[in-house]
Write a new protein. Structure first.
Length: 398
């Protein structure tokens, strides 16, 4: 039985009270770009007692994963209840209690393909912030052509012997575990010899090396596997492989729809701090919005951003009925291109000030540089357009 009322108005009152009682005032109202994000995991250090208490309180009633079943650490909310929860979070200006690739990507894959033992073992740990995951997909020779992965896992009886490397593994140097695509059948066609494997980052032979970006930040890493022994089972029924052996491509595609939707829905954080573009530009003292060209472009972006937000809501409802499938390519393409436009305008509006790293336009330059990666990660814009043309619009190939 749900911890909260199913009646919408009563649920709104309950959830607003819960946020008010458990999310300290010191955490609220901080612009998104200045918040200390709670990632969880064994090595994570909370920025304050208030941050720790908010995560623990939210996890205790499943609000770190509102839509997941209660049996797996979620709150079991309906789509309507989740919308109300998000609305009340915005009203309270409360930060997300937990951010996690486990919540955004691995969790949905386990819910769809995992065994009951895998779900009951890993999912509650994710919702409680006890385990932090990273994604091992791309390789130096397998980026957009992801099915060409060469990291191999050899069957050694009671374990797999993994060798190879991954690249662009976000925050791998902070992660406890990695979900990775590995080749378990080197003779099979490239899409059919891949397995989706869960690997402990503390295993002997696993190492990481940060990649410094042009923005000056380093969220990405290279990850190396040198004769890593991965048990076939982490306990009774807890296989290290999700889904069927050699059918990892099915799991990978499902996960990518969530990743692409997540990336496409990004934007509005950073220097904007969750504010609209117009609100941010109006807050500046140098009369930026007096320029008719800037004002016109800002209004156009505001309208497009609202349209994108409503589209994301619509597809969220569609996901409840069975997922968005290849339509995630449309969301990813448009969302990332929209975010690039947003920061191009910020750079234009700021002029020379936008190139500074400390001032009214603060982190605009590194954030603008970071948006370039949005159209590469999770599948390039060119690949997204190819998917849209072939699998959504069903246009004929040349």
């Amino acid at each position: 039985m749900s911890r909260f009322s199913t009646e919408p108005d009563l649920f709104r009152q309950e959830i607003a009270s819960y946020i008010s009682d458990n999310c300290s005032a010191e955490l609220r109202g901080i612009p998104a770009g200045r918040r200390e994000v709670c990632w969880g995991g064994k090595r994570f250090r909370f920025s304050s007692d208030a941050q720790r208490d908010w995560m623990n309180a939210a996890a205790a009633v499943g609000l770190t994963a509102p839509r997941w079943p209660e049996a797996y650490g979620g709150a079991g909310l309906s789509r309507e209840q989740e919308k109300i929860f998000r609305e009340e979070m915005r009203k309270a200006k409360a930060p997300s209690p937990l951010e996690s690739f486990g919540l955004w990507m691995l969790g949905p894959a386990l819910l769809a393909f995992g065994t009951e033992e895998q779900k009951t073992h890993f999912l509650p740990q994710i919702t409680r912030g006890e385990i932090r995951w990273c994604q091992g997909y791309s390789e130096p020779g397998a980026g957009s052509d992801l099915a060409s992965v060469q990291t191999r896992a050899e069957d050694r009886g009671d374990h797999w012997l993994v060798n190879g490397s991954k690249i662009w593994t976000s925050y791998a140097n902070h992660a406890d575990w990695i979900f990775a695509l590995v080749r378990t059948d080197r003779e099979a066609p490239k899409h059919k010899g891949i397995s989706f494997m869960l690997i402990d980052m503390e295993s002997e032979g696993v190492s990481t090396k940060p990649i410094k970006l042009i923005s000056g930040m380093s969220p990405f890493c290279e990850t190396f596997f040198d004769n890593v022994k991965v048990p076939k089972s982490y306990g009774e029924g807890i296989s290290s492989i999700v889904g069927e052996q050699n059918r990892g491509w099915d799991v990978a595609k499902h996960l990518l729809t969530h990743e692409r939707t997540m990336i496409g829905g990004g934007g509005g954080g950073g220097i904007l701090g969750g504010r609209s573009l117009g609100d941010f530009l109006n807050s500046l003292e140098d009369g930026v919005m007096d320029d008719p060209v800037i004002r016109s472009e800002a209004m156009e972006l505001e309208i497009d951003s609202l349209a994108m937000a409503m589209t994301m809501e619509r597809y969220g409802d569609m996901a409840k009925a069975g997922g968005v499938g290849n339509a995630s390519a449309m969301l990813k393409y448009y969302g990332t291109e929209l975010n690039k436009r947003r920061y191009e305008l910020l750079m234009s509006a700021g002029g020379a000030y936008a190139t500074e790293w400390d001032g009214p336009f603060g982190s605009t330059a590194p954030e603008w540089l970071r948006t370039k990666a949005n159209s590469i990660e999770g599948g390039t814009s060119e690949v997204m357009l190819d998917i849209i043309s072939k699998r959504v619009l069903e246009l004929p190939s040349k």
